[in-house]
Design a protein around this ligand. Structure first.
Ligand code: PMP
Ligand code: GLN
Length: 380
């Protein structure tokens, strides 16, 4: 068969590579971001109940109305913006499908999409598959700040979308109120759609508040906010999330969504509707993961890795320049094979694969797993 690849240079995602390697070498897997502990049994029972009650056929294309209503209530109570469940909220097969569908709905050939690097790896292939042009801006310094001058220079008549991610994977940095205000000023008067990837919205540490784009009316009017129940309720394998946007944007999104996936898992939507109605189920997540971060960092205190504590997400960056000068991809591979701990080399997310000798460790793990991994890492 002859064909022309749409993504000729695209390798297999680093998450698959590292998790596979961890499995093969029986290493402790702190690479791919998923919990190694169980979700709340109450949530599991709610899914079983929904299945037993007959919710086993197609859900409505946009998601069940009651789940959209529960999402709307959650957002308005947290961020003060009311999204109309009828027109402005769609339940998706994880944030990944929301992101892919947003990009394929709006990006035409040669449209430019700005991505802030390092960036999670699902944005760029979606842009390329739709013949758009990814335009990169590197986040700067140890705290991964936006260089507003550089960002401004990248905006031109071809810019159709800007993608932000807060709390940020892989760096663990967060955007604050000032950043969001600057962003609103920068985008004012343009037709640029903002895609705000907020899958870690409930994982922000040290008493900081999450700055959702939906909090800022000037931004909300041009923004798709994407969220993931997988991250929030320790069920990454369920692949269920949602996106919210103003009616006109969401109307266009649903044209593609209905043929991209049509609808997503019905019994889980039923279960999540009930579960979401108890705010304590997501409000405690900040402290839950802050505790895990601290368990990991305290155990790593005696190591030769250098780090500043993550401000959000369940990822921690570690600089290994005190240990070796080898490339992060080589060091990560050696760590799995020879030491027995898997991490993600951050260069794969950077502009031109810039290698700052930093690895990303996932601390969404049982305390004993974190302590065991740290004990091994401290010996290097
Ligand atoms: N965005 C970011 C920044 C992520 O880390 C992830 C990983 N889960 C996703 C999107 C995808 O989320 P989901 O698993 O719900 O598709
Ligand atoms: N979001 C997860 C991470 O950053 C990975 C999800 C995936 O493997 N696609 O590790």
């Amino acid at each position: 068969m002859q064909f022309t690849s749409k993504l000729p240079d695209l390798p297999t995602t680093i998450f698959t590579i590292m998790s596979r390697l961890a499995h093969k070498h029986n290493a402790i897997n702190l690479s791919q971001g998923f919990p190694n502990f169980d979700p709340d049994p109450v949530l599991i029972d709610l899914v079983a109940d929904a299945m037993k009650s007959g919710y086993n056929q197609y859900a409505p294309m946009q998601g069940t109305y009651t789940l959209r209503e529960a999402i709307s209530e959650k957002i308005s109570s947290l961020y003060g913006h009311v999204y109309d469940p009828e027109y402005e909220i769609t339940v998706t097969a994880g944030a990944t499908q929301a992101i892919y569908t947003i990009i394929s709905t709006f990006i035409h050939k040669d449209d430019e999409v700005i991505i802030l690097k390092p960036a999670y790896d699902c944005y760029e292939p979606a842009i390329n598959a739709n013949k758009g042009i990814p335009v990169f801006v590197q986040l700067e310094g140890d705290d991964f700040k936006i260089n507003w001058e550089v960002l401004k220079q990248k905006i031109n008549a071809k810019t159709k979308m800007l993608i932000i991610n807060t709390p940020h994977n892989p760096s663990g940095s967060v955007l604050g109120k000032d950043d969001m205000k600057k962003l609103a000023a920068l985008l004012k008067g343009t037709n640029i759609i903002l895609l705000s990837d907020e899958v870690y919205e409930h994982i922000v540490f040290d008493e900081q508040l999450h700055s959702s784009a939906s909090k800022y009316p000037d931004l909300a009017e041009r923004t798709f906010v994407c969220a993931s129940f997988g991250k929030t309720f320790h069920v990454t394998g369920w692949k269920i999330g949602y996106c919210v946007a103003p009616k006109t944007l969401m109307h266009e999104f649903r044209k593609v969504h209905q043929f991209n996936v049509f609808c997503v898992d019905h019994p889980k939507q039923k279960a999540l509707t009930t579960y979401l109605k108890s705010p304590k189920n997501y409000q405690s997540l900040n402290l839950f993961y802050q505790y895990k971060r601290d368990v990991f960092l305290q155990a790593m205190a005696g190591s030769r890795f250098k780090f500043t504590p993550s401000k959000g997400t369940f990822f921690q960056l570690m600089d290994y320049t005190n240990i070796t000068n080898e490339a992060d991809t080589i060091f990560a591979e050696r760590l799995v094979k020879e030491v027995g701990v898997a991490a993600i080399p951050v260069s794969v997310f950077n502009m031109d694969n810039q290698d700052n000798k930093v690895l990303r460790f996932c601390f969404a793990k049982k305390d004993e797993t974190l302590e065991q991994a740290a004990e091994i890492l401290c010996k290097i």
